[in-house]
Every structure is written in structure tokens, then in C-alpha cells.
Design a protein around this ligand. Sequence first.
Ligand code: PNS
Length: 168
Amino acid sequence: MAIAVCPGSFDPVTMGHVDIVTRASRLFDKVYVAVMKNPAKTPAFSAEERKALLSKALKGIENIEIITFDGLLVDLAAEKDATVIVKGLRAVSDYEYEFQMALANHKLNSNVETVFLTTSSENMFLSSSTVKQIACFGGEIRGLVPDCVCEDIKERLYLGGRVENGKK
Ligand code: PNS
């Protein structure tokens, strides 16, 4: 049985993530979608919130399991008997960072291979950071994130409606 881990910050889930996880689920018997900590980023959503949004967005894909994990990716892979790490590659700008991580992970555990899926062209320049910026200023994120999580993300991030110091 081929088991894969699809890790990420997922802060929040985008159409790009849905595309990669859906395609990974067709390639492997079981895919763990792992909400992880990227030490270089401060997330806007808690790990549990990110997991809940992913559960809504990926509903209906039978062979996936959404989990949170605080630690090294290779340790998670070993714990779950996964031999593959699946990541999406967007523009060339992703390449160096992803290459570095793949090499580091392979050095830590040579039984685990990283497989890159190329992002579909419409998601080439889509990122969670873009979604967050648009949402916090009240812009339209429909089409960038799954419809079923659109309102959750808008409500949570929109700065215009937030009560601060008792004033709107
Ligand atoms: O969506 P992101 O932020 O690009 O995902 C990066 C993530 C979370 C997969 C990466 O930071 C990660 O694997 N974090 C766990 C710690 C780890 O194992 N790092 C790799 C060794 S350098």
C-alpha cells in the first residue's frame, strides 16, 4: 500500500491545495494531509481552524485523513508508514526553497521520497498570503478558495467589521 503525506501550512486552504490533494489522492492509496508548523511563518489561523477549513474543503475524498502535527515532517512520515511526501510546485520562485526542503528531508530519512506535482496553470500565482491580503481588506476571494469556506475565511479575516477598543 502506497502511503503519502501532503504537508503544508494551509493558512488558509486555497484552490491550489485542493487541486494538489485531489490529484495526490488518485496516485496513492492513502494520503495524510498534514497541517504543520512552518517556523518561518506566523499563521493567521490556528492549527485546529486550518484543519476544520481543510475538512470542509476536501469533503468527499475517501482516502485522505487530515491531521495536525508539530514536529519534523520525516518523523510524521515514519509514524504513518508513509514513503512519499507530496508537494505542489508553482512558479520558479518555489523551486529553490522546495528543493532545499526535499534534500534536507531526504538526508534525514532516505526512505522517504519527495514527489512534486506541478500546480495547474490557473493556480500558478495563487497563495494563502494573497488570499489573506484580499480577505482582510474586504476583496473577493471567491474562485481562489473553495466556495464552502469562502464566508468562514472572509468573516474571520475582514478587518473592516472587527470591533477594536470597543468601537467599530
Ligand atoms: O505550506 P508551507 O508553509 O510551504 O509548508 C512548509 C512545511 C510546513 C511543510 C515545512 O515548513 C515543514 O515541513 N515543517 C515541519 C518541520 C520540518 O520537518 N522541516 C523540514 C526540514 S528542513
